[in-house]
Design a protein around this ligand. Structure first.
Ligand SMILES: C[S@@+](CC[C@H](N)C(=O)[O-])C[C@H]1O[C@@H](n2cnc3c(N)ncnc32)[C@H](O)[C@@H]1O
Length: 335
């Protein structure tokens, strides 16, 4: 085997591993996506097709959403594969034109208690905001272990199970100003963007589709402002617009994984220089400075993401909301 083909095998294996990892994320919540991801991981033809795309375009969620956008939801792997190869050009064009921009308002349930604990009002700056649905945490209602919080009259109620020692939010979050930044802002009023947002939700997650519809209904009345641009390029000038009397909070959920390690580091340094509060909800490992020393998850457990305040991990959360597991407060006498 030549060096060239060895490299090819290594690259195929890397993409296959990405799809195997996606099986872990989906196996308990979207059996069809788990089946498709397992199928791709073992299918050299599909892996080869993926290798022809830029790295960021090889994501499982993007491939599966593109196929569904083009031809509806396949019933199984055989049908998925047949659509992919019979409509290859259209599927690939969709993957190149679109991005993984899942906008999940359920993630607000984890951010809300942290916001409520800060001096009010707050100025919210979300980077990687997609359509801006997570910029409206004050316009949704929540139930934490059945106990209400947030905007009681909201058409969207987000239930959330809570484990560990924590304080129920008793103060309402008051937002004085809000803005988002995204390389490709989606519009809450554009029918094609709305359809893409829905297609990004995994098959079988009907509750998430209902939640998206309700959040879009809330947002349509007064759409959040999302500025187009790279988060590192726009952070300082958009932050400068925030009113001085409000507590500036920069936050992001499921965004840093799309940045190179150097850009993540640059972003963290910029946020620290701003002197703003900083809330992040990201996969373990994407921001190593906030994920060190986390407890290992059992191998049969669903993956969790890390919720952090000002660079300190405070909880593990379910990737699309619904569960917060607060970490033990650090013992100051331990050091
Ligand atoms: C998976 S979505 C998450 C959206 C939203 N934060 C949520 O949790 O619902 C990631 C978003 O980050 C945006 N994004 C990725 N890289 C970016 C960058 N360098 N600058 C600005 N936005 C970026 C994408 O366009 C996308 O809308």
């Amino acid at each position: 085997m030549s060096d060239g083909s060895l490299t090819e095998v290594a690259r195929l294996t890397e993409v296959a591993e990405w799809y195997r990892e996606f099986v872990l994320y989906t196996r308990n919540v979207s059996p069809l996506y788990a089946e498709l991801a397992e199928g791709v991981a073992n299918d050299r033809d599909v892996l080869t097709l993926l290798l022809e795309l830029p790295e960021q375009k090889r994501q499982p969620n993007l491939l599966f959403a593109a196929v569904r956008h083009v031809a509806g939801t396949p019933s199984d792997y055989a049908q998925f594969r047949s659509i992919l190869f019979s409509r290859r050009e259209t599927v690939v064009a969709t993957m190149l034109a679109r991005r993984t921009q899942t906008n999940e308002p359920g993630r607000c349930a984890a951010v809300y208690p942290l916001l409520a604990a800060l001096p009010q009002p707050v100025a919210l700056l979300e980077v990687g905001a997609s359509a801006g649905l997570c910029l409206l945490p004050d316009r949704y209602a929540y139930e934490y272990n059945g106990v209400p919080a947030g905007a009681a009259q909201s058409p969207l109620m987000i239930p959330c199970r809570v484990e560990g020692v924590w304080t129920h939010p008793t103060t309402a979050v008051e937002v004085a100003w809000r803005a988002g930044i995204d390389v490709n802002p989606l519009s809450v009023t554009d029918p094609d963007d709305r359809r893409w947002l829905e297609t990004l939700i995994w098959p079988g997650q009907d509750e998430r589709v209902r939640r998206l519809d309700r959040a879009l209904a809330v947002a349509r009345h007064d759409p959040p402002r999302v500025v187009r641009g790279d988060l590192n390029e726009r952070l300082a000038d958009v932050a400068a617009e925030a009113p001085e009397h409000a507590t500036l909070v920069v936050f992001h959920t499921s965004v840093l994984c799309y940045l190179s390690a150097a850009d993540r580091q640059r972003f963290v340094e910029q946020v620290r220089r701003l002197g703003a509060h900083w809330i992040s909800q990201e996969e373990s490992g994407v921001a190593p400075s906030v994920t060190a020393d986390l407890p290992e998850l059992a191998s049969d457990e669903d993956p969790m993401v890390v919720l952090a305040l000002d660079g300190r991990a405070v909880a593990l959360t379910a990737p699309h909301g619904g569960l917060i597991r607060w970490l033990e407060p650090a013992d100051p006498s331990a050091s």
